[in-house]
Design a protein around this ligand. Sequence first.
Ligand code: AMP
Length: 300
Amino acid sequence: MSEQTHHTHTKNPKNNIPATPPIPMIKTVREIREQVVAWQQAGLTIGFVPTMGALHAGHFSLLYAAKEACDKVIVSIFVNPKQFGPNEDLDSYPRPLEQDHASLTELGADILYAPTAREMYPDGFATHVQVPRLDGFLCGGSRPVFFTGIATVVTKLLNQVRPDMAFFGEKDFQQLAVIKRLARDLDIPTHIHGCPIMREQDGLAMSSRNTYLSATERALAPKLYETLNKIRDELIQGQEITAALASGRETLTELGFAVDYLELRATNDLKPATDDTRHQARLFAAAMLGKTRLIDNISV
Ligand code: AMP
């Protein structure tokens, strides 16, 4: 290929601006380890952002936090089969890998780590990580395999990449608690960072699953956050916890949400909030809107 032809090929056809070459996509544990060791030997710090892809501004906020804090940033995309129940959306979960790869290139990640399910769970795989004190309620109450699947894959990812810091969203607040706990308990030397929830302009928490919503459901979806805010205001005004939660649940049900849980829990250990702990508590909700499961949480 001549220099000239090569040059033409690297331009974006839409605006004639030279396109950035895509960042490397690594698919094996061996290669990601080699890269990380090389960087660490050169004295560079590594930030890590694990995701399931279908990236949106919520994921990007984690990437920015990682870039701010570390020299190099690895983003992983792995749709983890172990955290989906038999009737959940594993097969239909969005997987726009090329688009994600382009976004990560544009936003300045250094590596996309996208292991296959076989690489992650080869034949004979038999170990699971469980955090029983934190996994049997809220998102773990109705989804028994969920947090074991997450704890197992995150432990593996942290051992594979061995980053200095890893970044997780408060959107999945319970997941963040589980990961902080397992990192401490298993002496994983990565520093775990929690990052705030990114929302659409109308308040809906960003999520890869929002693309499932019909136009009518999308218009209704921000009411989940609105209702959480209303309950928070009532709690701050001194209303009794059970009454505030009951009326919030009623509001959501009337609007057409099928509420899975709506609870006030202590921020530090996620135990049900009492009158003593209600001022350091968080409101947690999960509800189905049609076939889409939405979750959200806010501090009180
Ligand atoms: P997921 O791809 O859904 O597994 O999410 C990957 C990471 O992005 C997790 O740490 C999530 O908590 C985080 N995340 C997802 N949505 C948001 C959001 N709206 N704001 C902040 N972080 C988010």
